[in-house]
Design a protein around this ligand. Structure first.
Ligand code: PGA
Length: 256
């Protein structure tokens, strides 16, 4: 069975003080989190060190793992404004989100850059969460599977199945992100099955759904055997709401 992952992407939200308060509240909720589910939060870079202290600094390290929202593919150099995988590792970061549609759209992150970052992450013992997803126009034109399988193949091009098996994929239909209009779970599950089949090595990797995940729809997604968790944006910004999603994520995975 694939161990599910519920991941929170905080995007450009939360000062250090706000981020610390949020994660401290999540730690209070932590005893109620199902043991069978992995949990990750990806704060903005500026808050990672403070959050790392909260999660890893005490006598009883939290089960909540740290992620970053992006990184550069080089180890160091003249890349103003960028952050390397080693800098993230030093802070206790375990996961890195790569190729989020907002990075592809606003930071011109190409499929080739995504592939380089996946390699750099793996080379530094970070687990990449590779985001793929189609636009509304591609969705309406019936091109979803063609688009996302191509993105997936480009992200993992020339990687061995063993390396691919260490990665996570997040299927995030762009039209569902931040819109309140989530995909139909059966539809998302079919797309995710196609993603899993598109690259050797993904058979045992978690594939997450992302796009307007909320406490009231998480169970419907998790009931599908091809859905192994969620990448949550807006609803991860409140400890109460994110904790509710984590608690409800358990139902179906336990039944499988
Ligand atoms: P959302 O964002 O949950 O706010 O739709 C998801 C994401 O962008 O990862």
């Amino acid at each position: 069975m694939i161990r599910p992952l519920i991941a929170g992407n905080w995007k450009m939200h939360k000062t250090i003080a706000e981020a610390t308060a949020l994660v401290e509240q999540l730690c209070v909720e932590e005893p109620a989190f199902p043991a069978s589910v992995d949990i990750m939060v990806a704060p903005p870079f500026t808050a990672i060190a403070a959050i790392s202290d909260v999660l890893l600094g005490g006598n009883h390290p939290s089960r909540i793992m740290l992620g970053a929202q992006t990184m550069h593919d080089e180890t160091h150099g003249a890349f103003t404004g960028e952050i390397s995988a080693a800098m993230l590792r030093e802070l206790g970061v375990r996961y890195v989100i790569i190729g989020h549609s907002e990075r592809r759209m606003y930071a011109n992150e190409t499929d080739a850059a995504v592939a380089r970052k996946v390699r750099a992450a793996l080379g530094n013992e970070l687990t990449p969460i590779v985001c793929v997803g189609e636009t509304l126009a591609e969705h309406e034109a019936g091109k979803t599977i063609e688009r996302v399988t191509a993105q997936t193949q480009m992200a993992f091009e020339d990687l061995s199945p063993e390396a691919v098996a260490r990665c996570v994929v997040a299927y995030e239909p762009i039209w569902a992100i931040g819109t309140g209009r989530s995909d139909d779970p059966a539809n998302a599950s079919a797309v995710m099955r196609a993603i899993r089949g598109a690259v050797d090595g993904l058979a045992a990797s978690p594939i997450l759904y992302g796009g307007s995940v909320k406490p009231d729809n998480i169970s419907a997604f998790m009931e599908k055997s091809d859905i192994n968790g969620a990448l949550v944006g807006g609803a991860s910004l409140s400890a109460t709401t994110f904790a509710e999603i984590i608690r409800r994520s358990n139902c179906a995975s336990a039944a499988r």
